[in-house]
Design a protein around this ligand. Structure first.
Ligand code: HAM
Length: 425
């Protein structure tokens, strides 16, 4: 056999039949779920100007420093980037189309995102997010809405043991006060900082708290806490969020170390994790980003949102066998003889016009091998159109899954029978 010449790129997955049906089903559930909360779908291009991402995500973040697929447009030298996330594009679009003129907006999107990370289970270079953004709301109940709606989705998908990690990272003034104290502490312990953290000590010290380096955990556990620098206003907002989430029966871990990997956040931040996943356990992350709209050239506008990783969500569903996937198999498989092929094709079309799924064998083969393929297709019935059937203008219907005896029916009778017995198909 000739060797396969080309391979897909590392960390970028193909989805095959059998997998795509599950994606479609999950996407349909997500669509319905977003609809009941009144979110409207947006679709933005996969490519944007590089500066849009570096400005919003932050120049000193893993994503912007080392994970973006950026390149110069050969035609005009402009630096472009494959979107690593959706919030920046969403805000760009909202501003460009003046969507906020008519009041606050609830929006969602779904699609591929690109990050040049080291691929492993649950971490890919092309992955899919479903993201939700609520723009123009300062009300803490909208932070709560995001948490409650994600919780509802986990319940709908019958996920078990998903954990909510919750924190507030204050506003810019709180963080400026905290930054001074944190740098002071880290400077005193500079020898224990790894190379990455040394580099970030003055550029983005808060990101050091998020370090996954085990050797630094002890040092970080003793670090001063942002909570001591929070203003009353920030505290009141967070108290309201916590109280409502609790009152609605959702438990959470207060996690002072949760700072998120993108710079635009302020106040409430949260992540949902699942024990069914390995190292990449976060299925959903988000929070408030009240400064981003203004930072990208708009009027000061409070906002919040989240995104979930669809590969990870599907992994949890599979790992917990929590969901019964709908079988999407054809109803009929069309079997025929060489000189009745056209009639069989016409009848298959007749059924399809009524929305019935029919697989046409395609090609000359013995009846035995056609039945073998019919069986493998998962279809419930084989429809046989041979010379006898052609003469009688009837099709033989043979059950592939039960012992029920075969019957001969006109194509109209087949349709009537489907309407009666398969109205659900
Ligand atoms: P994020 O935490 O970077 O946030 O990504 C959100 C989710 O996308 C993660 O929790 C994870 O499930 C999934 N994800 C991220 N990177 C990968 C990867 N390499 N492979 C597979 N899945 C991945 C954001 O992107 C923010 N834009 C969320 C947001 C929206 N905040 C406010 N609005």
């Amino acid at each position: 056999m000739a060797e396969n010449k080309y391979q897909g790129l590392r960390g970028m997955n193909d989805l095959l039949p059998g997998q795509t049906e599950r994606w479609q089903e999950l996407e349909a559930i997500i669509r319905r779920w977003l609809n009941i909360y009144g979110y409207g779908e947006i679709r933005t291009p996969i490519l944007e100007q590089t500066a849009l991402f570096s400005r919003s995500i932050g120049a000193v973040t893993d994503i912007v420093e080392k994970e973006m697929y950026s390149f110069l447009d050969q035609l005009n030298g402009e630096s472009l980037t494959l979107r690593p996330e959706g919030t920046a594009s969403c805000v760009r679009m909202v501003l460009e189309h003046h969507l906020l003129y008519s009041g606050p907006k609830r929006l969602w999107y779904q699609g591929p995102m690109f990050r040049h990370e080291r691929p492993q289970k649950g971490r890919y270079r092309q992955f899919h997010q479903c993201g939700v953004e609520a723009l123009g709301f300062s009300d803490p109940m909208v932070d709560v809405e995001l948490i409650v709606m994600t919780h509802r989705l986990w319940q709908e998908l019958k996920l078990q043991d998903v954990c909510l990690e919750l924190n507030t990272i204050g506003d810019a003034a709180c963080r400026a006060r905290y930054r001074v104290r944190l740098i002071e502490y880290l400077e005193r312990n500079k020898a224990q900082l790894d190379a990455d953290s040394q580099r970030r000590l003055y550029t983005n010290p808060l990101r050091i708290l998020d370090s996954k380096n085990f050797a630094m955990q002890e040092l970080l556990a003793e670090a001063p806490q942002l909570i001591d620098d929070l203003s009353d206003e920030v505290n009141v907002h967070f108290e309201q969020v916590k109280k409502a989430v609790e009152a609605l029966g959702i438990s959470f871990n207060l996690n002072a170390r949760l700072v998120r990997g993108l710079d635009y956040y302020n106040r409430t931040v949260f992540e949902w994790t699942s024990p069914a996943l390995g190292a990449q356990a976060t299925i959903c992350g988000g929070g408030r980003y009240d400064g981003l709209v203004e930072q990208l050239g708009g009027k000061p506008t409070p906002a919040c949102g989240f995104a979930m990783g669809l590969e990870r969500l599907l992994d949890v569903i599979e790992a917990q066998s929590s969901w019964e996937w709908r079988e999407q198999l054809p109803l009929f498989y069309m079997v025929y003889e060489a000189n009745t092929a056209l009639l069989a094709f016409e009848w298959a079309e007749r059924l399809r016009s009524e929305g019935v799924s029919v697989v046409y064998h395609g090609g000359v083969a013995s009846l035995k091998s056609q039945f073998k393929r019919a069986d493998g297709s998962g279809a419930l019935y084989a429809l046989v159109v041979g010379e006898k059937e052609q003469k009688q203008q009837q099709v033989t219907v043979k059950s592939l899954r039960t012992q029920i005896e075969q019957v001969s029916l006109s194509i109209n009778q087949v349709l009537e029978w489907i309407k009666q017995d398969f109205s659900h198909v």
